[in-house]
Design a protein around this ligand. Structure first.
Ligand code: HEC
Length: 182
């Protein structure tokens, strides 16, 4: 009896730090794989590139700005890969259109409406969690509830649209000049 009890005790003592460590690779991920929205993007991250979706029928209409950590961009330029724990944030802002001294029409982004977030997981930490697959954790935050991940599953909410970028780790790198070695 005694050895079995000790083994169980040892197992639970080991499990605790393991659980805490599961989220240690990213400040935006907890031990259960819950992703929170990085709020210091404009101060701490570098800008990778922008997309302007002008299609009036598209729910994605807006100015899309994409950001990552400076160190993640440096790592990508050196290796062609995002490092474990890299964060990609796509901020979508509503479009304004008008005449400016530069031209007419000119389109620019106003208030942020939505943030899409991807966190690189090179180790398959959260298998079974529907928001972790194909090497990333996937999340979506809306301006009216910016602390809540509104995505339910990668399969239903993200996967299909990111298939065209499957060869580049699900990232549309053609829009990100910051990732090109200079
Ligand atoms: C309607 C198609 C569509 C859906 C649905 C979609 N994406 Fe994307 N995503 C794109 C496209 C296309 C781009 C790049 C061009 C753009 O933004 O217009 C992109 C870019 C991104 C980027 C910037 C980095 C990159 O991969 O280029 C992130 C982050 C992102 N998506 C996360 C998500 C997450 C998380 C979900 C699910 C909650 C999701 N996306 C759902 C089509 C989609």
């Amino acid at each position: 009896m005694k050895p079995a009890f000790s083994r169980a005790l040892l197992a639970s003592a080991l499990a605790l730090p393991l659980l805490a460590m599961a989220g240690d690779f990213s400040p935006y991920v907890n031990g259960q794989g819950h992703i929170s929205r990085p709020t210091e993007v404009r101060d701490r991250f570098v800008h990778l590139g922008s997309w302007a979706v002008l299609d009036e029928k598209s729910p994605a209409r807006g100015l899309h700005d994409v950001y990552t950590e400076k160190t993640s961009a440096e790592h990508y330029r050196k290796t062609g890969q995002f490092p474990d724990g890299a964060t990609l944030v796509k901020e979508i802002r509503k479009l304004e259109t008008g005449a400016m001294t530069t031209g007419d029409p000119v389109v620019w982004g106003s208030d942020a409406a939505v943030w899409f977030v991807m966190v690189k997981d090179a180790k398959g930490r959260f298998s079974g969690n529907p928001l972790w697959a194909d090497g990333w954790g996937w999340a979506l935050f809306k301006a009216d509830a910016p602390a809540t991940n509104a995505a339910v599953s990668y399969e239903a909410d993200c996967k299909g649209c990111h298939v065209p970028a499957a060869k580049t780790d699900r990232v549309f790198i053609q829009g990100y000049p910051t990732l090109t070695a200079r």
